[in-house]
Unconditional design. Structure first.
Length: 344
């Protein structure tokens, strides 16, 4: 996290651990506020890589799962970087800043993925740099978010992942009542102060919970190379383009799409536990005879207690068996509806 920005957040009451805002004094109340009112988050759990140079578009097109040519000054995109075996190494949100492409992913993965992408550069006229400390990303969510942002940015994006920009930065529409603001440390203080008068500041984990409830997976170190894109529903949220050219893992992703029945999908569920589940935790069902039937992809504390999770599971197990966390005798997952249709 940019040090000046971190110092400012501390003056606003933020409790910061490892560069991420834990809370502003009452984590439980902040989680509840996230579910019922308008809240403001710092998204310091994410970092940003910058791809610049005259061949940046071609370079990314040859490496990522989505069609980078569709990213423009008014359009953002979800995408993934995969291993040659088709397993996701990272998921990312991509937008443009002038001629540069900005790739947002968990901060803990920024340096490993920067190195991975740089291995492919060779003689290409492209440069991959870590821009995490140059960019402040904020999240605004709730019924009043639209009006709060319109006062600063004027007309706002109408469709999901559309973008508007002005001298203060850019705004991406993430969901019906959810927006991401990308700005600089120089503008961030002013924007936070303006929006903080009308929206409650909450810990960064509240945004993670909103992502989970929206069915948006985020690959973390614990889950790298565990899932083909469709297993984590990336195809259902427009994170994969099946008509573009080749990229690492493309053959496996395409085969998964067109041949046979997909055996795993990602589900939204709740785990009623005082112990915090972790991404990468295994899940069990009776029909698998002691072998894991799935894995937790993402976890966040729920406003009502316990934890909401995104779980990648054998569809046959989900359809016929109770699913248990960590062991066949562990807490049972309570399944919740995703906000999009799950294709099996």
């Amino acid at each position: 996290m940019n040090q000046d920005w971190q110092n400012f957040l501390i003056t606003q009451g933020a409790q910061i651990q490892d560069g991420v805002v834990s809370h502003f004094g009452d984590a439980a109340a902040e989680r509840l506020a996230t579910s019922v009112s308008t809240v403001l988050c710092d998204l310091g759990q994410f970092g940003t890589l910058r791809a610049s140079g005259e061949e940046a578009e071609t370079f990314l097109q040859n490496l990522l799962s989505n069609d980078i040519r569709e990213v423009g000054n008014t359009r953002a995109q979800l995408s993934s970087l995969n291993s040659p075996k088709g397993r996701m190494l990272a998921t990312m949100l991509i937008w443009r800043e002038g001629d540069d492409y900005l790739l947002q992913l968990p901060r803990v993965l920024c340096e490993p993925i920067r190195k991975k992408l740089s291995m492919y550069v060779l003689r290409a006229k492209v440069k991959i740099t870590d821009a995490s400390d140059e960019i402040v990303t904020l999240g605004l969510s709730g019924a009043d978010a639209h009006e709060i942002l319109r006062a600063r940015f004027g007309e706002l994006p109408q469709s999901p992942l559309s973008v508007v920009s002005n001298e203060s930065g850019s705004v991406i529409k993430v969901g019906d009542t959810r927006w991401q603001i990308n700005t600089t440390p120089q503008h961030a203080n002013m924007l936070w102060t303006e929006m903080g008068h009308k929206a409650r500041p909450v810990g960064s984990g509240c945004w993670d919970w909103l992502n989970i409830r929206s069915g948006i997976p985020v690959i973390l170190p614990q889950t790298q190379e565990q899932f083909v894109a469709q297993m984590a529903n990336l195809d259902l949220i427009n994170g994969v383009n099946f008509k573009k050219g080749c990229y690492p893992g493309q053959e496996i992703v395409a085969r998964t799409q067109y041949l046979g029945k997909l055996k795993r999908r990602m589900y939204l569920a709740h785990i009623d536990s005082s112990e915090a589940p972790q991404p990468g935790d295994e899940l069990f069902s009776a029909n698998m005879e002691g072998q894991a039937s799935g894995m937790l992809a993402n976890v966040a504390a729920a406003p009502s207690g316990g934890y909401d999770v995104l779980a990648v599971l054998q569809t046959s197990s989900r359809e016929t068996q109770p699913i248990h966390w960590k062991s066949p005798q562990g807490a049972a997952l309570q399944f919740l509806p995703l906000p999009y249709t799950l294709l099996l």
